[in-house]
Design a binder for this molecule. Structure first.
Ligand code: NAD
Length: 368
């Protein structure tokens, strides 16, 4: 049997990013020992607000190239509110990585786990299982400060641009239809909803037009449409009816946090950012300055992002062992909640970062 070896570029970043990355690597190692068949070779790269404070640049020299040479990039969290550029924006080298490596498909799964808090009283909230597919290189983030693309920027006026392009949008919608199909094959609903504001903006009308064009190649996949304001309402009113929601960058940024709140909070919000030749995996949360150094962070968002990374590597390299390790991590999180063995402090439980990590390793090593 071939043993695949994958190079993983690791950027722990700031605050709890460091702790949740360490937790993730420990869990992935345990899963890998269980399934065998592949190895992970890690290279740590330095970047973030702390690095900027010390060195005056937000990423170490050569680190962007090294990230591009890896099979996958894993990132903890970047940013500290006290560290800012002169224009008031924060340190965000990860936006450049998305841009440079064309990581257009931001996959943000939202799932209700047993015994985890649910904000909605309706019992159907137990069935929440959806994905926000957030385009991650253009949209309203195209003119984010990190890219220095503002058209008008002075002390009296600033304009940011919402950019939609045909090549990226075609790839995004194709990704969405394929993802919906994959979820249906795994027992899910298999529906793709185009979330936009096509009634008002030409950029969004183009986004929807391209959605319809690409749909022709996926006649087996159910599709529908929501304006983003109505989608926000439906995410609170009936999130169990949603499956894959494809949307532009800023809408996806906001909706995925909203949806994450429905199933417990940011500590469960995993994220994959996938392009044609590169991919970056990170929890959707930030550096959580209010709990730095307290061993209170829930590492599961990062760990589930690590599982997405194994799934991605497995699919891309046709490596069943690696994909199986990813599924083992996901199943173990589910089983850990079902058995009351995972009780993160984020949910009022008694387990800090280290305790959750150790228990999860126990569960996946000996699932009985
Ligand atoms: N992708 C990224 O790296 C990323 C994403 C968002 C924010 N940020 C940066 O992080 C810093 C803090 O931002 P913020 O406070 O708006 O968002 P945040 O996600 O860091 O924290 C928001 C709230 O959620 C809690 N929280 C977040 N992750 C948690 C976890 N794993 N376990 C338990 N609780 C958790 C925090 O304690 C806080 O109360 C800022 O500098 C911001 O720019 C970075």
């Amino acid at each position: 049997m071939t043993t695949h070896s994958y190079r993983i570029a690791i950027i722990k970043g700031d605050g709890i990013g460091v702790d949740v990355t360490d937790a993730t690597m420990a869990v992935l190692d345990a899963a890998r020992r269980r399934t065998g068949g592949f190895t992970l070779v890690r290279e740590e790269l330095l970047a973030g607000a702390g690095y900027f404070e010390e060195h005056g640049v937000d990423i170490a020299p050569g680190a962007e190239d090294a990230a591009g040479a890896a099979d996958a990039i894993f990132l903890g969290a970047i940013g500290l509110p006290r560290v800012r550029h002169a224009d008031g924006t924060e340190i965000s080298p990860h936006l450049r990585l998305r841009d440079r490596f064309g990581l257009y498909a931001g996959v943000r799964p939202i799932k209700a786990y047993p015994n985890a808090p649910r904000l909605l009283a309706d019992p159907r909230a137990a069935d929440i299982d959806l994905v926000v597919l957030r385009e991650s290189t253009e949209g309203l983030f195209w003119s984010a400060a990190a890219h220095e693309r503002d058209t008008v920027c002075n002390d009296d006026e600033v304009q940011d641009v919402l950019r939609i392009t045909r090549p990226t949008t075609e790839k995004l919608h194709d990704f969405g239809f394929r993802l919906a199909r994959k979820r249906r094959e795994r027992g899910g609903k298999g529906k793709l909803t185009c979330v936009d504001k096509a009634n008002v903006f030409r950029s969004m009308a183009l986004f929807r037009k391209i959605f319809d064009e690409r749909a022709a190649a996926f006649p087996d996949i159910e599709r529908d449409y929501r304006y983003v304001d109505a989608q926000a309402l439906d995410l609170v009113r009936a999130p169990w009816e949603c499956d894959v929601l494809v949307t532009e960058n800023m809408f996806g940024d906001i909706l995925s946090d909203l949806a994450g709140g429905l199933v417990g909070g940011m500590g469960m919000a995993a994220c994959a950012e996938i392009g044609d030749a590169h991919a970056l995996f990170q929890p959707a949360h930030g550096s959580a300055p209010d709990i730095i150094g307290l061993d209170r962070a829930n590492p599961l968002a990062a760990i589930l992002s690590g599982a997405l990374m194994l799934d991605y590597l497995g699919e891309r390299h046709e490596d069943e062992a690696c994909a199986a390790a990813g599924r083992l991590v996901e199943r173990s999180v589910e089983a850990g909640f079902a058995a009351g063995r995972l009780r993160p402090m984020e949910f009022g439980g008694d387990m800090g970062t280290r305790a959750v990590t150790a228990e999860l390793i126990d569960i996946l090593t000996d699932p009985a």
